[in-house]
Ligand binder design. Structure first.
Ligand code: 5AD
Ligand code: SF4
Length: 443
């Protein structure tokens, strides 16, 4: 049996893509291994969103090349494949700089991997496929199967928003929505193979406009009809494109979890405009209020960028102030990272690294304090948790509350991949301790 080793960097969409690549290679007889030494194919799925993410690639290729060299000395054939957004942006550079790489494919070309590998002969030249093909990769990929009770499902990809700091419109291409029929058929397949929760993925998931449903809210209503599916989530949402139907879905659909990731990026209207975000801080607050009106307990999370070009102390204070106003359950925050080819990278008024660091630390301290409060507010409550992982400690299982908080419990291993009632006993800023409230599995 041939083996493939896959290492994934970046977002949930990349994790989903890696699973689809694994499925495509499974058809060719490859099984996945966590040990690169025994793999005929070494695959890196890359991320280009921030500078640090891209930098990792070349050191990672170096490490895999050492394995390839040892294997070659033993007479074992090995291919190094690089996939993902760095290939879309810098594919030629990768092949030029990293001679160990055999095949490089962009995010819209990976369905061609089995064919490229089958016909590959290094003597005829190494391969770069990084265009935006007319066909959809989804029409060519084999059916996918769930590997855990919580599964990802990409429903929309790409972006037409062109935020001035972001590479996604260039690396993932323009917005594309899969049809409701295709999505529902994949969701049924995931449920039949063990998924109890599905996370609908899209770079702008609420901009979904595929055939067969009027908007994301309507699509979620259709997906909620699937028997055996217990939980639905979606990410990432773009604030100004939230429809009333999606908000209402949080009131009507029990399976839709009370959690929304709604990145604001900055609390300053001046900076939001320079970022080319299509909303003001006031409009963002109003959207949050609409969600809270129908689902008062909904947990809100966000992404933030500090030190965007031209961000003054006053602008940053406005970000701190909006965080205090909203009260986030969890969040991700980053220093602005200039990306080649984006308008913001050419802006003259770049902020110094020292100022970015100081602002990030202050923001993260505030966000962590809020997260801690949100976790502490769970103590004493009994909540349904989907247990998806084994913990490091013996007999420990880990899962997520409806609000996307991590919970640990000592429980028999047959409860793995089940939804159970847990009584929360203790909280830290990043996790909950709990005990089984009852042995019966919650529906
Ligand atoms: N610099 C820093 N953070 C960025 N993000 C996207 N592009 C950049 C950049 N150039 C962040 C945004 C986005 C998240 C996925 O990554 O906050 O929501
Ligand atoms: Fe990037 Fe903005 Fe599109 Fe999100 S909405 S993927 S931040 S361009």
């Amino acid at each position: 049996m041939s083996k493939i080793f896959i290492k994934t960097f970046g977002c949930q969409m990349n994790i989903y893509d890696s699973a689809r690549m694994r499925d495509a290679f499974a058809v060719m007889g490859y099984t996945e291994t966590q040990n690169p030494d025994e793999a005929e194919i070494l695959l890196l799925n890359t991320c280009h969103i921030r500078e640090k993410a891209s930098e990792k690639l070349f050191s990672e290729i170096g490490r895999l090349n050492e394995i390839k060299t040892i294997r070659t000395e033993k007479g074992l054939s090995t291919l190094i494949i690089v996939a993902g957004c760095v290939v879309q942006a810098e594919g030629e550079e990768i092949l030029k700089r990293a001679h160990a790489v055999d095949i490089a494919v962009g995010p819209q070309n990976y369905h061609r991997l089995p064919e490229l590998v089958a016909h590959y002969n290094r003597k005829n030249g190494r391969v770069l496929e990084a265009h935006f093909p007319a066909e959809s990769k989804f029409d060519y990929l084999p059916q996918t199967k769930a590997t855990s009770a919580s599964a990802f499902l990409a429903i929309q990809e790409g972006c037409d928003n062109f935020c001035s700091y972001c590479v996604v419109p260039y690396t993932r291409g323009c917005e594309y929505s899969r049809s409701a029929k295709e999505i529902i058929s994949e969701a049924i397949e995931l449920v039949n193979s063990g998924a109890k929760e599905i996370m609908l993925l899209g770079q702008n998931v609420n901009c979904w406009h595929g055939e067969g449903a009027t908007d994301l809210g309507d699509l979620i209503r259709q997906i909620a009809q699937i028997d055996g599916l217990e939980r639905i989530r979606y990410t990432t949402s773009y604030p100004s494109k939230i429809t009333e139907n999606l908000v209402q879905a949080h009131a009507d659909i029990e399976k839709l979890m009370p959690y929304i990731h709604l990145p604001i990026q900055s609390g300053s209207n001046r900076i939001l405009k320079a970022m080319n975000r299509q909303y003001t801080a006031e409009e963002y607050i109003e959207i949050i209020q609409r969600f809270r009106k129908v689902r008062p307990d909904i947990a809100i999370s966000s992404d933030f960028i500090v030190g965007f070009p031209g961000e003054t102390d006053e602008d940053f204070e406005e970000t701190m102030s909006i965080v205090r106003q909203v009260g986030y359950g969890s969040s991700y925050s980053f220093k602005y990272s200039p990306r080649p080819g984006t308008p913001a990278a050419l802006m003259k008024n770049q902020v110094s690294e020292a100022v970015k660091t100081e602002r990030l630390l202050r923001l993260q301290a505030l966000l962590l304090e809020q997260q801690k409060k949100a976790y502490e507010s769970m103590v004493g409550k009994t909540v349904p948790v989907l247990l998806t992982e084994k913990g490091k400690k013996d007999g420990q299982l880990i899962g997520y509350t409806p609000y996307m908080q991590t919970a640990h419990v000592k429980a028999p291993s047959n409860l793995l991949n089940q939804i159970v009632s847990l009584k929360i006993t203790k909280a830290s800023a990043t996790s909950l301790s709990s005990e089984l409230a009852c042995a019966t599995i919650e529906k």
